[in-house]
Unconditional design. Sequence first.
Length: 330
Amino acid sequence: MKTLVIKGDSGAALGAELLQSGEIVAFPTETVYGLGALYDNVLAVEKIYEAKGRPKDNPLILHAYDAEMAEKVAFVDDKAQKLFEAFSPGPLTLILPKRDNVPMKVTCGLSTVGVRIPSHRVARELIRLAGAPVAAPSANLSGRPSPTSAKMVYEDMSGKIPLIIDGDDSKTGLESTIFDAKTNTVLRPGAVTKEMLEDCLGEKIYFAGLAGKDERPKAPGMKYRHYAPRAEVRLMEAGEIVDCISSGARSAVGVLASAEVKEKLSGLIPAENVFCYGKTGDLEAIAGNLYKGLAYFDSLTEVKLIFAQTVEEKGIGVAIMNRLNKAAAK
Ligand code: AMP
Ligand code: MG
């Protein structure tokens, strides 16, 4: 199958036609690129699992145009409505009781469904033209990093899907926050932080499956190993990275770090072995470049070990450290 790559609104127009004819298409969102099917077309939903090699019991998120469209597939109570009003369109997925029209293939037999209202203009145009929610996981092969550009999608999906809609680099770069409003639990940290949810609801919010006193039991779908790069990842602070490289740990080492660390390593290690993910403390930039950086080292076959600089666990730093910890877990 030939895979077309078409930019913006023209891509969205063709994408909506393809969705309506039962095809699957990759499209940009502000978090990462998605691989979408019309939510109620079971055969198309199956194509998503096949193209990704996704485990059959890992449910999909439905992408709606607005709260009114979300209401057609899920029961949106006052609390969910309040959260949609505060954070949507944007990077927040709510776990809600599903309606009967959502096929079990989408939720993998669960009575709940994840619903998100994306803010990316092209994603919104695609959903608007399709006229119904779009079921979509990230547009990568299972086990690979979530794509944050059309080029990254092409590397995984070329020949498997008819269309990639190109909408430039994903602004956030990390998958959405997943929040179960019934149990006040964050199932996956993202750009909408625990503090933001607490401020909005005026209630205590918990993390699922993360270390610490706020821990709650793991949620369905979280048993799957996340992406880990080919090379071993070691999480280190800036000073440790500079010390290790200065004292000789150079060959076969890649460094994923800030601009400041990159500068200090100049002349000590080949420039191509260092991927700068942004300035120290610029957590938005670091989130945006994280998957690109990890994928970069997969393409450098000589790199066997990656020194990844840790960030402060505040704001979106919690989500960055969540993904880095997963990348480092062997
Ligand atoms: P992905 O689309 O690849 O970013 O993954 C979506 C994630 O959302 C899955 O790994 C699930 O853990 C989670 N998810 C989707 N639907 C539900 C649900 N009904 N209940 C709990 N988690 C869900
Ligand atoms: Mg994914």
